[in-house]
Ligand binder design. Sequence first.
Ligand code: ARG
Length: 459
Amino acid sequence: MSKLWGGRFTKQTNRLVEEYTASIGFDKALAEEDVQGSLAHVTMLGKCGILPEEDVEKIKEGLHQVLLKIRRGELEYSVSDEDIHMNIEKQLIDEVGSVGGKLHTGRSRNDQVATDMHLYLRKRVVEFVGLLQELQEALLGQAKANLDTIVPGYTHLQRAQPILFAHHLLAYVSMFQRDIERLQDSYKRINVLPLGAGALAGTTFPIDRHFVAEQLHFDGVYENSLDAVSDRDFIVEFLADASILMMHLSRLSEELVLWSSTEFRFIELDDAFCTGSSIMPQKKNPDVPELVRGKTGRVYGNLMGLLTVLKSLPLAYNKDMQEDKEGMFDTVATLQGALQLFAPMIATMKVNKERMREAVNQDFSNATDIADFLANKGLPFRQAHEVIGKTVLYCIQNGKYLLDLTLEEFKQFSPLFDDSIYDVLQPESVVNARNVYGGTATPQVTAAIERAESMLKAG
Ligand code: ARG
């Protein structure tokens, strides 16, 4: 089959070379963006008097026909046309005849492919922000339902201080908010138009890049034509943002897996989000969070992959850059899969409040508060720490928790103890004592939920 670039060649392309260099197998995902970019480009060619309006109309009609075929899944892609750009141009020429060959006037595949990628990622970023907000809503829903649920808070995965379960969930709302803000910020760099850079140096035709930018709703155009066709920072940035987001999802996943174990029994994921074992009838496995945790690896891998592809590439376009796509598509699909499942999985998860309370009642996570109690009575905190360390050791040796001690036993460790210690040690008191902005006290968490809700409403 003849090539769009065949003029300079005297031989057919080796079949293996064709297969090796083709990207149509994956870049067909850019089909709609490619047509969208071409429509704006050809409109501009007409407006600038580079092509006569009747040619422009024919090309536009043809592009619309091609778009219909793409949407109906009727377009047949061929490896010998290498990539999505040449496949579509070939289709257009089939559709409207040789006038279709005028579409590529003043354009190169180098600025074309970059434009397609910008259009593609721009859409995805908006979708991901929406999915993240749905997840935040699910977390907020659980937080509101668990304003009275006290759970051990951990450091080193050892019981540290009791907290509201709502407070724990709100930590993730904050993490996902940063992910949203990162994506929104990256939009500034994604929403810049490379088209008009030509192959690398610009074009001899009197084109209007700003007109194309307006048509495609880009906020601006690349300043430098070499940079326009060489830049893949916006993809690296997306992959980095995606990696941080997956790291957050993976941390939450790990907690969901732990919390749903028999050892914790803090939560139960809905049956619809779990799977069973082919041999052990009693099993209900948290496959979704496990897989999200596992798939974090490939998202990090895609980031490292692209950084490594780009490292040391001379300006401007190099074929190496075709390797920017599969990792990006894979990360988009991985993120979509995870985020679509996470919001309903969190919304439907059952929280075992009694079991959480039982855990809190059977630990020393109120120890800091008696140290603070003695410090408030004037004992230097360092000494108070020592006294309570001994008290805890006494409890461990005698199979007791702090609240089981009599006042006489307390007084063996310090004469400063009095009856009020029993109130201080109640989990509710311990939680509500941390009444600082951003802390776990109920009024603080209630206010934090309100702030998060208005932030979500503001979008
Ligand atoms: N399929 C190519 C890519 O993804 C399109 C650009 C090709 N440009 C070229 N000069 N061969 O990078």
